[in-house]
Design a protein around this ligand. Structure first.
Ligand code: CP
Ligand code: NVA
Length: 307
């Protein structure tokens, strides 16, 4: 059976991503106008969460309900993924009950097991390795603002080379832009992912350690927490290492005047970003967060082939 999944951003090719933008824009207008749109009537989706979430849970649940379906939230203690039951068995089980599976897990291997054993579309809601729904949303948010001048923008991420960065680098293998990750030594993004994206020769990918050098003439400055879910006990140690990389009023002076500030949220204000930057006119973080809903609706519609 040929089932389409969203496990990584490059499960979509360039044309499919451009189609997703058009669909997301159309669904955003419909949602905002409170139009009725119910392609998922009589459908259900299992949502498996091994980690906490505000945006992912609420945007998927709200979006699927608006589209006429029923989304079932499963908290970490409900499932016991990897302790009570394996990802492969759960994938086979939910494929019989549900029309779609959304999962947020620690190990990317569990996500690949869901993909391998499910016979309905699986959507990756974040793993320790990547976060495709977030980065597809982020690039849609940039496209909305820069439609006429969308290619070859300078996108600069400042912080930990984490799951967000791995997804940006995979996107750089499909769409052309200049991507710079400024991170401390030893906190670089996944080396195989960098090699993979560079081998496609679509975008320039820079890994730097000096934030001032990195953000020169940036169109977008993006950051994320210094300790991701699963690493929170390392925060005191990480604060000492990451403090020179704080996105603050001084650093953003080196970007273009009309740069956009982005953050996947939740933000730890006063650490990776100051209030002055995240609350500034250049910040689009809440529009970006809103777009999770519309982009994911477009992803669900396209995976289920309802467009
Ligand atoms: N950005 C994001 O995925 O937020 P949540 O962890 O709240 O879902
Ligand atoms: N890097 C963060 C992203 C949260 C949306 C984490 O994994 O916790």
């Amino acid at each position: 059976m040929n089932v389409k999944h969203c496990i990584k951003v490059d499960d979509f090719n360039k044309n499919e991503i451009l189609d997703l933008f058009e669909l997301a824009a159309e669904l955003k207008a419909k949602y905002r106008n409170k139009e009725s749109y119910t392609p998922f009537k009589d459908h259900s989706m299992a949502m498996i969460f091994a980690k906490p979430s505000a945006r992912t849970r609420v945007s998927f649940e709200t979006g699927f309900a608006w589209m006429g379906g029923h989304a079932i939230y499963l908290a970490p203690q409900d499932i016991g993924l990897g302790t009570r039951e394996s990802a492969s068995d759960l994938a086979q089980l939910f494929s019989r009950y549900n029309d779609m599976i959304m999962a947020r897990v620690f190990s990317h291997k569990d996500m690949l097991d869901f993909e391998k054993h499910a016979t309905v579309p699986v959507i990756n809601g974040l793993t320790d390795y990547n976060h495709p729904c977030q980065i597809l949303t982020d690039i849609f948010s940039i496209w909305e603002k820069k439609k006429d001048n969308f290619e070859n923008l300078k996108i600069v991420y400042v912080g930990d080379g984490n799951n967000i960065v791995n997804s940006w680098i995979r996107l750089a293998a499909i769409l052309p832009f200049e991507f710079t990750c400024v991170c401390p030594q030893g906190f670089e993004p996944d080396a195989d992912t960098i090699s993979f994206a560079r081998s496609k020769d679509i975008s320039t990918i820079n890994i730097l350690h000096d934030p001032i050098e990195g953000v020169q003439d940036a169109d977008v400055i993006y950051t994320d927490v210094w300790a991701s879910m699963g690493q929170k006990e390392e925060i005191e140690e990480r604060i000492k290492i990451f403090s020179p990389l704080q996105v603050n009023e001084e650093l953003i002076n080196h970007a273009k005047d009309d740069y956009m500030f982005m953050h996947c949220l939740p933000a730890e204000r006063g650490r990776e970003v100051t209030d002055g930057v995240i609350d500034s006119e250049n910040s689009i973080v809440f529009e970006q967060a809103e777009n999770r809903l519309h982009t994911q609706n477009a992803i669900m519609v396209s995976l289920a082939d309802k467009a």
